[in-house]
Design a protein around this ligand. Sequence first.
Ligand code: 6PG
Length: 270
Amino acid sequence: MDAVGEMRKPTSGEIRPRVLVFPDAAAVAREAATRFVRLSRQFISSQGAFHAALAGGNTPREMYRLLAGSEFRGQVCWEQVHLFWGDERPVPPDHPDSNYGMAWKELISRIPIPPAKVHRMEAENADLGRAAEKYQETIRNFVACDSRGFPRFHLILLGLGPDGHTASLFPDSQVSQSTLRWVDAPFVEHLRARRITLTLPVLNAAHHLLFLVTGAEKAGMLRSVLEGTGRHPLPAQWVRPKDGELVFLTDAAAGRLVASPPAGEWSDGR
Ligand code: 6PG
């Protein structure tokens, strides 16, 4: 299904975030699955593998279901795909809150991907700092780095929280734009817990960053993130790839406040 609109927000020399607005969440999931297939073919063809980091939360669930379904499953050469995660909650993999657990249920348990190519964050570890270090070494074994020394994932899927967080980079946690770490275990004040997350420099090293944002409750935050408004900077606003593509896929409900920019900034995304 084609987008019903597209906003190219002019930014000063930065990579332009592209915002594609679709009629509903199902269309967003379909577009995301289609892009996953296309990018997997591109990178498997050019580099022999496809390194993708999955998002957690609920929004990507439908995309994962589609990818595992009969329409899309056969379009991906799963033997050449490596799945990683952008972040994880401090729970075991079979816990209902586990990002890995959701992806296992909706996708991984239904596709022929070699288990050795599914790289989950071991967030059940009582020492999350150690788990973060271990995950960094896992990434190092597979993902090539850029000139700045950060791993360049081919695709990183991201969601947007109501407070402007993405992955597990929260406004009330220590988020560094200049850390040398690839994976961190920040304490998140309002959760009173640590998370494991890819760091901002790793997100910004990606070839392709794809935000999936749906639902009316996200509309205000999406506008703040795209337009840089709001009193305090938001972690999702810091996601600006150095040399990659940044795309927001939204439904009409989430995009309703960015769906009528000044004339000329929109073109029909068809
Ligand atoms: C997590 C996610 C998080 C998520 C947003 C949006 O672990 O919770 O990584 O960053 O993407 O909170 O979540 P929803 O898709 O459920 O709205």
